[in-house]
Design a protein around this ligand. Structure first.
Ligand SMILES: Cc1cc2nc3c(=O)[nH]c(=O)nc-3n(C[C@H](O)[C@H](O)[C@H](O)COP(=O)(O)O)c2cc1C
Length: 196
């Protein structure tokens, strides 16, 4: 049984990305995996203070809810991360988490002297995002930062589910086909992790 970490990045508890992620969680559980769910807005988590206390051990020195999350990120086999598009970026809650993972970047590239050359990470990630508009470049910014973030935590982007034209809470419910895709992605990532 694999262990997956599901990270809810929307400030809305029943927002569009949250409902999609819930479906993916259901899919992964139905496929036999253990899923820990973390709602980022419920955590007390400071932004990165850029003091590089992590240079000593690879662990962030700010004592808040990130400490537990750090252990969960290190010990899981995969993650499912959902964030709405806010100004062509991820939500602030998601960005705080990403920046705090600079400690893992430091661990990997400074302390363990990992190479910047591409290597195959075993751990896999599903990224889910939703924006209100329909522009072609709506997800370009987030995809770039999500890829670099995943590299820092030794994961690869297995699949991204990206939906345009959804703004108000519950808009996603008008698209059962998207919710079904998310459910199938939950099953899919579970299978992909077991193959590695
Ligand atoms: C602060 C803020 C910034 C936003 N910026 C964008 C944007 O740049 N592009 C866009 O298409 N939608 C933008 N939106 C709309 C959200 O992406 C949209 O409402 C989405 O469905 C929210 O997902 P959620 O319900 O999972 O939080 C923004 C919304 C907020 C509150």
């Amino acid at each position: 049984m694999a262990k997956i970490l599901a990270l809810y990045g929307s400030p809305r508890r029943r927002g569009n990305t949250s409902l999609l992620l819930q479906k993916a969680v259901q899919g992964a559980r139905d496929a036999g995996d253990e899923v820990d769910e973390v709602i980022l807005r419920e955590l007390k988590m400071s932004p990165c203070l850029e003091i590089y206390g992590c240079k000593e051990t690879g662990r962030c020195v700010i004592q808040d809810d990130f400490q537990k999350l750090y252990d969960q990120i290190l010990s899981c086999d995969g993650i499912m991360l959902a964030s709405p598009i806010f100004f062509y970026a991820v939500s602030a809650h998601t960005k705080i988490l990403m920046d705090r993972c600079q400690s893992l970047w430091v661990k990997r590239y400074w302390l363990e002297k990992g190479s910047h050359e591409k290597r195959e990470p075993k751990r896999k990630a599903l990224f889910i995002s939703v924006g209100a508009t329909k522009g072609k470049k709506l997800f370009d910014g987030v995809l770039l930062s999500i890829r670099y973030f995943l590299d820092a935590i030794d994961m690869e982007l297995w699949q991204a589910l990206l939906y345009r034209g959804l703004d108000f809470e519950g808009d996603i419910l008008k698209h059962p086909e998207y919710l079904e895709e998310a459910y199938q992605a939950g099953i899919g990532i579970s299978r992909a992790i077991k193959k590695t």
